[in-house]
Design a protein around this ligand. Structure first.
Ligand code: PMT
Length: 219
């Protein structure tokens, strides 16, 4: 049983990793499995929201009543998000987005020759900051994956990216965060914070969405 606290709302979210090609057979990416984002999508649909998930390459089934857009690179994820953002009430950036991409993707497989080689990388656009700067911005929620000083870095991202809320996870613990079934979140907004202790990602998703609904409609 899920209370329909998001009935009538549209939620857009990103999940999973992005993947940046090096050549036709290699890429740069990270360990995000998509489990956290897909749990949020499932919970939000159960709570009555119209949900679109923009997913990087992950091996997960689409939850019931969720619209899914598959992407690979950060630029593709940004394009898919910006196509949907104007009719969204809530945006959650749960994807582990590659901060950099390869400057020149090789057309052919790079051959092994020199003892050392260097890859030139260029900064990717920031999807979350682009959404929060949009003139018809939805209630914008970021995630922060940190290995140290979680509160400090999360609060800095909340301010710098002009977010309504940020959910921080400590990804130094292999039992939580990336690619695990459980997680724990420290959630911050302009004048408040709430700690969601370690539990399975679906329970945590329901708790996070309840916090978001409360912040959107302060009593
Ligand atoms: O997928 P799982 O295996 O279940 O793992 C879940 C998770 C650990 C990936 C997830 O809970 C999480 O923390 N996601 C955010 C990971 C991340 O990239 O954090 P960050 O601190 O580097 O980025 C901060 C925020 O900016 C995030 O909301 C991110 O989506 C966003 N971002 C970052 C870079 C960029 N170019 N564009 C962005 O939108």
């Amino acid at each position: 049983f899920a209370p329909k606290i998001l009935q009538g709302m549209s939620l857009l979210l990103t999940a999973g990793p992005t993947r940046e090609a090096i050549d036709p057979v290699r890429y740069i990416s990270n360990h995000s499995s998509g489990k956290m984002g897909f749990a949020i999508a499932k919970a939000a649909a159960e709570m009555g929201a119209k949900v679109t998930i923009v997913a990087g390459p992950v091996n997960l089934d689409t939850p019931l009543n969720v619209n899914r857009v598959n992407v690979k690179s950060t630029q593709e994820m940004l394009d898919a998000v910006m196509e949907q953002v104007h009719h969204s009430d809530i945006f959650i950036g749960c994807a582990a987005v590659c901060d950099y991409r390869v400057a020149d993707i090789a057309n052919d497989k790079i051959k092994k020759s020199a003892e050392e080689m260097a890859l030139a990388l260029v900064r990717n656009p920031d999807i979350l900051a682009t959404v929060s700067a949009h003139k018809q911005r939805p209630f914008t929620v970021g995630f922060a994956a940190e290995t140290q000083d979680v509160e400090h870095y999360a609060k800095d991202k909340l301010k710098r990216k002009k977010l309504d809320m940020i959910a921080a996870n400590d990804v130094s613990d292999p039992a939580l965060g990336f690619n695990s079934d459980d997680n724990a979140l420290k959630v911050y907004w302009a004048n408040g914070q709430f700690e969601l202790p370690a539990t399975d990602k679906l329970t945590l998703a329901r708790q996070l969405l309840t916090l978001i609904a409360k912040q959107m409609k302060p009593a």
